[in-house]
Design a protein around this ligand. Structure first.
Ligand SMILES: Nc1nc2c(ncn2[C@@H]2O[C@H](COP(=O)(O)OP(=O)(O)O)[C@@H](O)[C@H]2O)c(=O)[nH]1
Ligand SMILES: [Mg+2]
Length: 297
């Protein structure tokens, strides 16, 4: 007889920057979702698969709940709402390092409250404050929602993650494995690579420019010597942004390219030649056609 497996989908909902993507990466054990201290880093729904003896959890990393200013943003919020149907557990992730809930935390809490499934409250970044403060801050959310459990965790140190995982696994029904044993995500390699390039662009750029960046992989060839040649195009919305991304004598673009190449090589486990170009796609975040070509809904 086959041993029984507990399996199912767990959604992570919360405002931007509370650490949802970092938590997913930590539990999966690999970077499947890029993380950065800039808001709205995550734009798609990304699955991270967690394999444990007798259990398979599929974590659904989502864009941060926010007040949208563009078509891209509206699509991201709609994606969060739609995903909350058909999951087994919904986690509201909050940042205990933040003194008080913000408007966008409350917005996320309201979305979670509308879920039919069990809800778990996750207080992340507990490494940044004392246990007493963390407990008090998470308590503000606990008092206003109906949660089956509350956990304090840190994606940075790993503290509390086992207990959180245990609490999620306990609530999973017996079910099939949704992914093969070696899968860590549903995203194709090309998407992961485009995201690693975008992550470095986010890390290197400031103010409005990060939000205007989209990355498309144009070429992917394995050369006879085993080296992988990848050409990526980094799209921005205006000529002035293009200048910023390129930098003086190309210095910014080459810094982004170098850092991204190191990440891509780690990910693919082979030598990579990465070429990054910059192009302008006027106002792409508000144009349905452009959103589609760039892989957004
Ligand atoms: N100190 C600390 N920083 C964290 C923790 N989790 C995430 N971060 C940082 O918070 C920022 C936002 O993380 P990210 O995962 O992109 O947040 P998301 O927008 O909710 O997906 C990043 O700079 C992370 O390194 C944590 O537990 N402790
Ligand atoms: Mg994220």
């Amino acid at each position: 007889m086959q041993p029984t497996l507990r399996s199912g989908f767990v959604a992570l909902v919360g405002r931007s920057n509370v650490g949802k993507s970092t938590l997913v990466n930590r539990l999966v054990g690999e970077k499947v979702s890029i993380a950065c201290d800039k808001p709205q880093t995550t734009r798609n729904r990304i699955l991270g698969v967690v394999h444990r003896p007798g259990a398979q959890l599929v974590l659904v990393d989502l864009p941060g709940v926010h007040r949208s200013k563009s078509r891209l943003g509206e699509g991201m919020n709609a994606l969060v709402r739609d995903t909350l149907e058909g999951i087994e557990t919904c986690c509201l992730v909050v940042d205990v390092a933040a003194p008080a809930p913000r408007e966008e935390d409350r917005r996320a809490a309201r979305l979670v409250a509308r879920c039919d499934c069990p809800r778990v409250l996750v207080g992340n970044k507990s490494d940044l404050v004392s246990e007493e403060v963390a407990t008090e801050r998470v308590g503000v959310y606990a008092a206003q929602g109906d949660f089956v459990d509350t956990v304090l965790v840190s994606a940075e140190t790993g503290q509390g993650l086992d207990r959180w995982l245990e609490c999620m696994v306990q609530r999973m029904p017996e079910g099939p494995p949704y992914f093969p044993e070696d899968a860590v995500t549903d995203q194709p390699e090309q998407f992961l690579v485009s995201e690693l390039v975008r992550e470095q662009a986010l890390m290197h750029l400031r103010e409005e420019v990060p939000h205007a960046v989209a990355v498309v992989i144009e070429t992917w060839q394995t050369r006879p010597n085993g080296m992988i040649y990848i050409a990526a195009t980094l799209y921005v919305e205006r000529e002035s942004q293009k200048g910023i991304v390129i930098g003086a004598h190309g210095s910014m673009l080459s810094a982004i390219g170098r850092a991204a190449r190191a990440e891509v090589e780690r990910r693919l486990g082979s030598q990579v030649y990465l070429e990054v170009r910059v192009k302008v796609k006027e106002g792409w975040r508000d144009r349905p056609g452009s959103l589609q070509t760039l892989g957004y809904r």
